[in-house]
Design a binder for this molecule. Structure first.
Ligand code: GRE
Ligand code: ZN
Length: 324
């Protein structure tokens, strides 16, 4: 294992749980796409073989979108618990190769906070992942703050992953192109717009003033926020806004970590390094939606020194997720 002699830890690597998936409609993205479903449902052999072929040592597993954000409260609590128990067994079968981010039943925020604690303290997970708004409610809404309070108390990060945008957005923004380019709704753009909005709203909500040690992870090189952080910061501090000394940048660079999932671009990575610093950037693939090989092949081409590559490929993840 290892690439260029370096240990490789990746943290946005998806699987599907059959019970969670049984609650989705048949139109959800990637259903039936060739090779993807097989890999989402492979929790061992094929996955590990493809990790070995690419030189990936350790995957932190998480459910692929969508997840328990789109269920009623009672169902979400039951399904998340079961899925997390099964995820623990997947990790237990290969503890040297897998870690986990749990699913949270955010439709019942207090239960979600308790489930986060159970994931970390009882199941040994590294944190949790949430996929898109919860039944249309953005994650920065105060009703979800008990989850952030618990995350801070546990010193565990929450990974905010995109999900398919809501139907009104899809209709207004994307519909006429979806027949030819269904990817526009998801990874090409729809995911990015919604998840970047989520990240920006988190900063505006004041949740980081209430919980000053709260840690958030965004994938896909920060859902494009690093590219725009100067402009966002400047525009939110112009006259007419609440507070002309408000610094979006300070909150973003203090509370957010980003991963390279599905975004293996040197110019984009260097932009992120320049805006956020190398200590907040974690290599990831987004398997199986993105195959391992292009990510592994990218590594030798990254124009960073060896020490910074160590941080990117394992050091930052080890520190944030308390991994060895
Ligand atoms: C992803 O994680 O990249 C993803 C999903 C679900 C559908 C498409 C997709 O989780 O790219
Ligand atoms: Zn993903």
């Amino acid at each position: 294992m290892a690439i260029n002699g370096k240990r490789v830890i990746v943290i946005e690597e998806h699987y599907w749980d059959r019970e969670v998936a049984s609650h989705f409609g048949p139109t959800d993205a990637m259903r039936g796409a060739s090779g993807i479903l097989e890999r989402l449902y492979d929790h061992g052999e094929l996955r590990i073989r493809e990790m070995d072929e690419a030189g990936i040592d350790f995957q932190v597993l998480s459910h692929g979108a969508p997840s328990t954000q789109r269920m009623d409260a009672e169902t979400a609590v039951k399904v998340a618990r079961g899925a997390n128990d099964r995820l623990r067994e997947i990790v237990r079968a290969h503890p040297d190769r897998f870690g986990a981010f749990g699913a949270l039943p955010t439709p019942d925020p207090r239960a979600a906070a308790d489930e986060l604690e159970r994931c970390v303290t009882k199941l040994g997970f590294q944190g949790a992942m949430v996929h898109g708004p919860t039944n249309g409610v953005w994650f920065d809404d105060k009703r979800f703050w008990p989850i952030f309070e618990r995350a801070q108390a546990l010193d565990t990060p929450i990974y905010i992953h995109p999900a398919q945008p809501n139907e009104k957005v899809a209709e207004a923004y994307y519909k006429d192109y979806l027949k030819d380019f269904p990817g526009l709704l998801t990874a090409a753009w729809g995911f990015t717009v919604e998840c970047a909005t989520q990240g920006i709203r988190m900063v505006l909500s004041g949740v980081f003033d209430k919980y000053p040690n709260l840690k958030i992870i965004l994938g896909h090189l920060g859902e494009s926020i690093p590219f725009s952080v100067w402009r966002i910061t400047q525009a939110l501090a112009r006259q007419g806004n609440r507070d002309t000394s408000f610094s979006f940048r300070d909150y973003f660079c203090r509370h957010f970590w980003i991963t390279t999932s599905g975004n293996f671009s040197n110019p984009a990575l260097l932009c992120c390094v320049m805006e956020m610093g190398i200590d907040r950037i974690i290599f990831s693939i987004d398997y199986p939606f993105v195959p391992n090989k292009p990510g592994a092949d990218w590594i030798p081409t990254i124009p960073l020194c060896s020490e910074d590559k160590d941080k990117l490929l394992h050091g930052n993840a080890q520190r944030l997720l308390k991994l060895s």
